[in-house]
Write a protein that binds this ligand. Structure first.
Ligand SMILES: [Cu+2]
Length: 300
């Protein structure tokens, strides 16, 4: 189900020194184990969430979602967080199997760093682990880490797209400015549900371009912090869905897949006809609150 379509613009972000279009990935999966260092900063920033609205956010490196992190099973991953705010922040990556005290920064200590070797392939949430975690996530401190399987994805090369679903809580003032509403956060009653940080991102004026016949691979996470998502593309049955993005958890011929807050999935599909394929969270309320978009398929 896809509801109203308003305006929105795509987002760009910086990851590992490369400018990466948030929706469409171009970097192929690396074949050799490498050291990958992800320097990010914690920053307070007023961000554009689409439809003429801004939000008083806490961010990683100035964007919501934060920078994409991408590694391969067996790599050495270094996380480096520099805190430019007066509040404590942290960064927990769900791909890391290490003692949780590594994830949380201390007030007055501006830097946090830790390392790990991802052992499980998939698509993972990272988010702030400072208390109250609910507010730190709702205010914008989350992002995606892709851990590519050694040897690449089972179905080979694809048109890769990243999609982060999340929620904003608060009513805009007459100027469109939103300050986070902690009571609505506690009630799990979002005002806006978004893909890649903006209400009705990828609308008719800004669809995600795909080609007829190409394999499309969506790396999807539901950053929450509260609601479940049931992601669907109109006119599509996903040929493969990897729950948590793990090829060991493969499902086939699925019209949708539910992901809880903090969970992810990889969706693969092809279309055989040109056209506009609406996508969104099948929760009608979430779609109405902004979790919609369009894939525009054109002939090769
Ligand atoms: Cu934080």
């Amino acid at each position: 189900m896809v509801a109203k379509i308003l305006t929105g613009k795509s987002t760009a972000l910086v990851a590992g020194g490369l400018l990466v279009a948030l929706a469409t990935l171009t970097r192929p999966a690396p074949a050799m184990a490498e050291t990958r260092t992800f320097p990010v900063s914690a920053e307070a920033k007023r961000i554009n969430i689409g439809s003429g609205m801004t939000y008083a956010a806490w961010t990683y490196s100035g964007t919501v979602p934060g920078p994409l992190m991408r590694a391969t099973v067996g790599d050495k991953v270094n996380i480096q967080l520099v805190n430019h705010t007066a509040s404590a922040h942290g960064l927990e990556v769900y791909a890391a199997q290490i003692a949780p005290q590594h994830f949380t920064g201390q007030l007055g200590v501006p830097q946090l760093s830790y390392s790990f070797e991802p052992e499980v392939p998939g698509v993972f949430v990272y988010h702030c682990s400072a208390i109250p975690v609910l507010a730190h996530i709702a205010d914008g401190m989350y992002g995606m880490m892709i851990v590519d399987p050694k040897g690449g994805w089972p179905n080979g090369n694809a048109h890769e797209i990243t999609m982060v679903q999340s929620e904003f809580y608060g009513s805009p003032n007459p100027q469109g400015f939103i300050a986070g509403d902690s009571e609505k956060m506690l009630d799990a009653a979002p005002d806006f549900v978004v893909f890649n940080g903006k209400v009705n991102n990828y609308d008719l004026e800004n669809p995600i371009q795909i080609k007829v016949g190409e394999l499309v691979r969506i790396f999807f996470i539901n950053a929450g912090p509260n609601t479940f998502s049931d992601f669907h593309v109109n006119g599509v049955i996903f040929s493969t869905v990897y729950r948590n993005g793990n090829p060991a958890q493969a499902f086939h011929n699925m019209p949708s897949m539910m992901t809880g807050p903090g969970e992810g999935a990889v969706f693969e599909f092809k279309v055989t006809q040109a056209g506009d394929y609406g996508f969104g969270d099948q929760s009608g309320a979430h779609a109405y609150k902004g979790a919609t978009g369009i894939f525009r398929a054109t002939a090769k």
